[in-house]
Write a new protein. Structure first.
Length: 230
């Protein structure tokens, strides 16, 4: 039985306790911690990397949606809220479920059945990105190129691109980005998209399946040659 690691985020202590009580019926669930606001939750999520979070939307300070925008490692999300007006937006960010307070036992079971099925069969990491009025839930395997743009990273996936507020250094250290290679100070690329590697008088050139041509810096060339040998 695979363990499902959970964090509960709600500014109401009673609401957190009720979820803890309901989760006792699921022996595969391990509750890693609780948070009363987005700031506390962000620290816990970054440190503990849960599989699933139960997330309130309206909390003092930042909202539940604001929290998701800050996370590079994104767990599955079940929203738990007293307001039905956020439902459409919740499913725009691919939330697993949207539970209304007070949570009925039958609805909770439906949500948990879905969570167990998805988490035990899902090993593909992804990231949540807000781009103007649009929300993207992007699987890292679908990102072929990442480019540094000042304080942001530009993610290229398919024919689209979005800006993520993070640095290439942080992404390089992110365990979800293990398939990316640092070509230079400003470029990471997904090695699964390599179509061709060429040597010329300027050094090493990588051509991706999407058509982009990436020059490997002299400093990274030896590391890259060792990588492709393996």
């Amino acid at each position: 039985m695979k363990t499902i690691r959970v964090i509960i985020i709600d500014d109401e202590r009673g609401a957190r306790q009720e979820l803890i009580r309901m989760l006792k019926d699921y022996p595969q669930v391990v509750i890693l911690g609780e948070a009363a606001n987005a700031d506390e939750a962000e620290k816990l999520i970054v440190l503990l990397k849960p599989d699933l979070i139960f997330l309130d939307i309206q909390m003092p300070g930042r909202s539940g949606f604001d929290l998701l925008e800050t996370l590079n490692h994104l767990p599955e999300v079940i929203f738990v809220t007293a307001f039905d007006s956020f439902a459409v937006r919740a499913f725009e960010v691919s939330a697993m479920d949207y539970l209304m307070k007070p949570v009925r036992k039958e609805r909770f079971k439906n949500a948990m059945d879905k969570a167990i099925e998805r988490i035990t069969g899902n090993d593909e990491p992804y990231v949540f990105v807000k781009d103007r009025d649009r929300h993207h839930l992007i699987k890292w395997k679908d990102v072929h190129l990442i480019e540094s743009v000042e304080n942001y990273a530009r993610l290229f996936f398919g024919k689209e691109q979005v800006l993520l507020k993070t640095s290439l250094n942080k992404l390089e250290d992110n365990p979800d980005c293990q398939r990316f290679f640092r070509a230079s100070r400003s470029i990471l690329f997904n090695i699964d998209y390599i179509s061709l590697v060429k040597k010329d008088i300027e050094g090493t050139l990588v051509v991706l399946k999407t058509g982009e041509q990436i020059r490997i810096s002299e400093r990274q060339a030896i590391k890259f040659r060792n990588l492709i040998k393996t």
